[in-house]
Design a protein around this ligand. Structure first.
Ligand SMILES: Cc1cc2nc3c(=O)[nH]c(=O)nc-3n(C[C@H](O)[C@H](O)[C@H](O)COP(=O)(O)OP(=O)(O)OC[C@H]3O[C@@H](n4cnc5c(N)ncnc54)[C@H](O)[C@@H]3O)c2cc1C
Length: 290
């Protein structure tokens, strides 16, 4: 595998997922570029070796069980190129870096997404968004690896997506890059808004603890946090996982939480909210199965 990328062996993934779940994988490979990524996937599939693509790990609940396979990490796929008012960016670029580069070029349209951790690929999979803007609002197309191990461009119109959901979610697919529409605006103004949003996030989200953002998507017209809080669930815990006191739609890892703790807590929340409000909460985070 060394031909395809940097290889780390017997690696604890706790620094690769924002919940900080400690679980080991046999290998973690960082492909050198998109060509080596394709070769790696083909090699793994041909040799029937299990693989899992992890982005920034900020929306996943990793299993507690050892992974006898390869974690693919796209930290070397970070290209950013502008042609006309269209940006081509590779999937491993962190959203924060992408937005900073766009702002340097005068494009303000993704500005308010700053503060969402994670990479462009992960943001596309879950149609990440904040303050009324979603990634898909300005996507032109997505590049994936197809069944023939070739890069295929899919226009946005051909992709099924919704609020915090896309057809890519929970599918074994590799997003390599995307084309984004750049819209110019008042950079100073958006930077002010970003600073204000950072303060808002700090005041309302438990950023001092390990977490993976909102646990549940907001049901139409409702706030998941409100439903959880008013079901009396703030601060309840299972093992090392706890419903945040600051924001009830966040589960925090306050004491070496396992995947098992987090998933059990999720089940309790779903059950209680259903009983109290007759609302079926839908998970925004991804429960990973190796
Ligand atoms: C403090 C905090 C605040 C947050 N705030 C927000 C917010 O305001 N709005 C919001 O929408 N989200 C928010 N999130 C959640 C999370 O940051 C986003 O969902 C983010 O887009 C996930 O990206 P990631 O790279 O970390 O994906 P990961 O968690 O690594 O992966 C998520 C899923 O996408 C898949 N995936 C990742 N990259 C690729 C790829 N290149 N190709 C194919 N599949 C891939 C993974 O296999 C996994 O199934 C927050 C999280 C935290 C911790």
């Amino acid at each position: 595998m060394k031909d395809f990328g940097e290889v780390l062996e017997n690696i604890d993934l706790k620094n690769y997922n924002t919940y900080g779940i400690s679980v080991k994988a046999k290998y973690l490979v960082k492909p050198y570029n998109k060509v080596s990524l394709i070769k790696l996937i083909k090699y793994l599939d041909t040799n029937k070796i299990k693989w899992y693509l992890l982005g920034g790990g900020s929306n996943v609940i990793l299993p507690d069980e050892y992974f006898d396979g390869v974690i693919i990490n796209l930290s070397n796929l970070t290209a950013y190129e502008v042609t006309g008012d269209e940006i081509y960016a590779e999937a491993g670029i962190y959203l924060t870096t992408l937005i900073d580069k766009m702002l340097d070029d005068g494009y303000t349209n993704y500005g308010v997404l700053k503060g969402i951790p994670g990479q462009l690929g992960g943001a596309i999979v879950g149609n990440a968004g904040a303050y009324g803007i979603n990634i898909f609002d300005y996507l032109n197309s997505v590049f994936i690896i197809d069944e023939n191990y070739e890069i295929k461009e899919i226009k946005k119109e051909k992709i099924d997506y919704d609020y915090r959901w896309t057809e890519f979610k929970n599918k074994k697919i590799v997003i390599v890059a995307a084309k984004i529409k750049g819209v110019k605006g008042d950079v100073a103004l958006i930077k002010e808004e970003i600073s204000k949003n950072f303060i808002k996030r700090k005041n309302t989200q438990p950023l001092e603890y390990k977490n993976a953002g909102s646990v549940f998507a907001n049901p139409p017209g409702l706030a998941a946090g409100y439903l959880i809080e008013h079901s009396g669930l703030k601060n309840i815990s299972v093992g090392g996982a706890k419903v945040s006191e600051k924001h009830a739609n966040f589960i925090i890892n306050y004491n070496n939480a396992t995947s098992h703790d987090i998933i059990n807590l999720i089940e309790i929340i779903k059950k209680e909210v259903k009983e109290k409000f007759k609302v079926e909460l839908k998970l925004e985070q991804v429960i990973v199965k190796w």
